[in-house]
Design a protein around this ligand. Sequence first.
Ligand code: NAI
Length: 327
Amino acid sequence: MKIAFFDTKPYDLPYFEKYGKKNSVEFKFFDTRLCEDTVSLARDADAVCVFVNDTVNSFVIDKLVSYGIRLLALRCAGFNNVDIRYASGKICVVRVPAYSPYAVAEHAMAMLLTMVRRTHKAYIRTKDFNFSLSGLVGFDLCGKTIGIVGTGKIGCVMIDICRGFGMRVIAYDIFPRKDSGIEYVSLEKLLSDSDVISLHCPLTEATYHIINEETIGQMKNGAVIINTSRGALIDAEALLLGIKSRKIGAACLDVYEEESDLFFEDFSGHIVEDDTIARLISMPNVLVTSHQAFLTEEALSNIAQTTVENIVSFFRDGKCDNEITRR
Ligand code: NAI
């Protein structure tokens, strides 16, 4: 089995080479992303493997199908970058539904702690033997209320972590978990009662810009917002206004709506054209990481293992447990 592997990063290689070799799956690694201009690289492959910022639109799907490719293996959980409706009936799309909810939830908490305890500033200061404490006053998480939007795998781990910190947890989900002991409230109540809001729902039509000018207006003054899910959950311009008006106390962003042009690449020394991300990064109370919440050894190993299992199972049995669409 020959698999065209797009948007390869150095950290992917050891894990995919290891599981590929064990299962006679041969990966052909391409640095470039899959898009209309690069799809022809997949011409001789049996299947294609993509990540969060590859573009799988109707044009790309038609091309893949014309090359006789029957399987598109996503090495991630979210699939908002794939035209699933168009793919259905044409190509089988599989994904890795869970690889480490701990990786993402722990990163969300790491970002929150960084912002509320200013450890990023302290690190730089003490490296320069500056032991002043001015400007480093934070606040206790214990006793504060956190609102979790989306109580799936990651949201639930985040709830456990926050409870460990002595936080009061409230949550909103369109499908509340029965008998979970989670205190579910309406989105409006979550917005108005939370000191910290953490987003753990997928990007869908219903959640697109769920954080916007109106919902920011409903938040407590000084609310901290964490987004480790998908960038387009937040209207970034509205977030900037909220930060400038001091309504938002801090923002922890692992994802950004326009990240596909920026994230995972080194732009140091370049002039970044995107004014919105430039203004966000310039704010002292905004922490941006470049979609790295998943990046742990455990998650990378699980991603590679499940992706290879998905591929093997599809070519052996014609089906796979982690299918999103069928041919
Ligand atoms: P999951 O499918 O286990 O949970 C998602 C939850 O969101 C479900 O309980 C669902 O009912 C809820 N939900 C769906 N629509 C909703 C709505 N309109 N309002 C409120 N809740 C809604 O997903 P999981 O594994 O917990 O992942 C959550 C998200 O995290 C993924 O969709 C993905 O976008 C993101 N993610 C980010 C990563 C990163 O590296 N930053 C890595 C992995 C996932």
